[in-house]
Design a protein around this ligand. Structure first.
Ligand code: ATP
Ligand code: SF4
Length: 324
């Protein structure tokens, strides 16, 4: 019998209310994350990735409204307020800019202590310190004793991101949501943080939702890739399968945009055109305006997600029954 996924998102729709109208940031998104699995949510800026991450973490801003759908985590519906509070420490989220996500006036030790007290209800100072030191060591930070006494501004970007990861791990979460965790780091540090996340996934049996605009990073992480465009999920497959055999024209475009060392000095490719206005998303295929393979029905009829191969689904009319 198949075990239940750790997290199940069903037909999730989220809007932001702004002065100029309503931004339909996420529409009918559905996907699962299994225990110990890494899932990468990939797409251009503005496609709705962070909104999904924030919704799972229960951290949406006040002007966001969940219009429909379910977020089921370990059998609890997180959109139900009571259940969300119960599960909070089991889901932790880290962000692109670690400095912006923590209070600069407190030392790393004080920040970790506060998180451990709040979420684990541990109040013995020695136990808190032991746990904090263990986590700082585990993420590869040198001299953890000194680290506890350091203020965020005294650490480099890479060190600070490691300290933030250690803080998140100290409460022993089941799911870590990492929203563009390496975007502000140089390439070497990027690789180190991604490798750390993979090791932690294996050592702690952690599930990870990695949010990135970079399909190359998602490919390197293995696991499953979910491609989003303009608030909708358009393709999902294992990373090997998706990179070897992309089906959706948008995914093919994203793949062509990955810089390769051999073409280092050639012009970086981009997908021509811009994403539609999310206040009034298209009623047909969301990618219609930028798609070089569009057919007539794409403009008016929204393609449904269809399974084309085992564990490979896509929302594109080119793969509807009878089209291939
Ligand atoms: P990025 O990497 O740029 O954050 P993303 O794919 O994560 O992109 P989201 O941040 O989820 O996308 O944003 C989806 C849409 O919702 C965008 O059009 C964005 O401008 C809008 N949006 C996000 N947060 C808010 C907010 N608090 N109020 C109004 N609109 C918002
Ligand atoms: Fe292109 Fe049509 Fe497929 Fe949309 S449904 S991606 S417009 S071919």
């Amino acid at each position: 019998m198949m075990s239940e996924p750790l997290l199940r998102i069903e037909n999730l729709s989220i809007e932001y209310v702004v002065q100029e109208g309503t931004i339909k940031a996420v529409r009918n998104a559905s996907f699962d994350i299994n225990e110990g699995e890494i899932v990468c949510l990939v797409g251009e800026s503005g496609s709705g990735k962070s909104t999904i991450g924030l919704a799972i973490a229960g951290a949406l801003p006040e002007n966001a409204i969940i219009r429909g759908g379910k977020i089921i985590f370990q059998d609890h519906d997180l959109i139900n307020q009571r259940a969300r509070t119960c599960s909070k420490k089991e889901i932790m989220m880290i962000f692109q800019d670690p400095a912006a996500s923590i209070n600069p006036l407190f030392t790393i030790g004080e920040i970790m202590s506060d998180v451990i007290k709040t979420h684990l209800k541990v109040h013995n100072p020695n136990a808190i310190k032991d746990l904090a030191l263990r986590m700082l060591r585990r993420v590869g930070l040198p001299d953890p004793e000194r680290m506890l006494r350091s203020y965020p501004h005294e650490l480099s970007g890479g060190m600070l991101q490691r300290a933030v990861i250690a803080t998140a791990l100290s409460v022993n979460p089941k799911l870590l949501i990492a929203d563009e965790p390496t975007t502000m780091l140089d390439v070497t540090l990027q690789a180190q943080i991604l490798e750390l996340l993979l090791n932690l996934k294996n050592d702690f049996g952690l599930s990870i939702l990695l949010i990135t605009h970079n399909l190359g990073i998602a490919a390197e992480m293995g696991g499953r890739i979910i491609v989003m465009y303009c608030g909708e999920i358009v393709e999902e497959a294992s990373s090997n399968e998706l990179i070897r055999n992309p089906l959706h024209p948008y995914t093919k475009g994203l793949l062509e945009c990955i810089p390769r060392t051999s073409i280092r000095y050639s012009k970086l490719k981009h997908i021509p055109g811009i994403m539609p206005d999310l206040r009034n998303p298209p009623s047909g295929c969301v990618f219609y305006g930028r798609c070089s393979e569009a057919i007539q029905k794409c403009r008016m009829i929204k393609p449904s997600m269809v399974q084309v191969y085992e564990n490979h689904t896509v929302a594109c009319h080119l793969y509807s029954r009878g089209m291939r």
